[in-house]
Write a protein that binds this ligand. Structure first.
Ligand code: THU
Length: 234
């Protein structure tokens, strides 16, 4: 497989600079990441962050990174954090994009799955696990929050699920469900609201609170009068 199909799955309406990479974990599993931009530029998820966070969210430790261009955003940070071996290559180490991520299709008791997913959260700084499940027409993608030594390079559960879905080529979603055990309420942070409002603007966000209740919201209501400007599209 060439890099092209992975690059094509990046979401880069503001730069047009497609970006992808593949991380190999210590146990030899592969995790891809693509760049997902946001109209609020600082909320952009670089491909390297996406791949490392997805790897960590699956309970694996990043060991090597396969990349076409070693000037990629955040590469230095993640290489330093996990002592990654950088492998600059013209072809990614996987045969088929399908081998990376598929939407899961098994029948789901959403709340019990969200509860068990919390165990996968990597939250050494906050001890505040969060889980999220993002639904597409075909299935779903799971995410947990991932924290690293630099607080600003960690990533919320919602955005890990979104990162996986983009790698797999999904850009259309149906709903997002979120759970925290420790928060009085489960509620996406402002940064996630911004990202969700761009990628799932009119969708249902279902929040499962720690007391067993749930509430349903439209993204539109979670972030009214949100930042938009056609001036930024390339
Ligand atoms: N967190 C999420 O994963 N999603 C949210 O919407 C709220 C915050 C995580 C990020 C960080 O790992 C921890 O909760 C504390 O902010």
């Amino acid at each position: 497989m060439s890099w092209k199909p992975l690059y094509e799955n990046s979401y880069v309406p503001y730069s047009s600079d497609k970006e992808a990479c593949v991380v190999e974990s210590k146990s030899g599993k592969y995790y891809a990441g693509v760049r997902i931009e946001n109209i609020s530029y600082p909320l952009t998820i670089p491909a390297v962050q996406a791949a490392c966070a997805i790897c960590l969210s699956e309970g694996e430790i990043p060991a090597k990174i396969y990349i076409q261009d070693s000037s990629s955003e955040q590469l230095d940070y993640w290489v330093g954090e996990f002592n990654l071996e950088i492998i600059e290559t013209k072809d990614p180490p996987v045969e088929d994009l399908e081998d990376l991520y598929n939407a899961s299709q098994e029948n789901l008791d959403v709340l019990s799955r969200l509860k068990s997913l919390l165990d996968k959260a990597v939250a050494p700084n906050s001890d505040f696990p969060v889980s999220a499940i993002l639904f597409t027409e075909d299935g779903y993608f799971e995410g947990v929050n991932v924290e690293v030594s630099a607080w600003t390079h960690g990533i919320c559960a919602e955005r890990v699920a979104i990162s996986k879905a983009f790698v797999a080529g999904y850009t259309e979603f149906t709903r997002l469900e979120v759970h925290t055990r420790k928060g009085e309420i489960s509620s996406p942070c402002g940064a996630c609201r911004q990202v969700i409002s761009e990628l799932l603007p009119y969708h249902d966000i279902i929040l499962h609170h720690s007391d067993g209740t749930q509430s349903e919201h439209l993204t539109l209501d979670l972030l009214p009068f949100s930042f938009k400007s056609s001036a930024l599209k390339r």
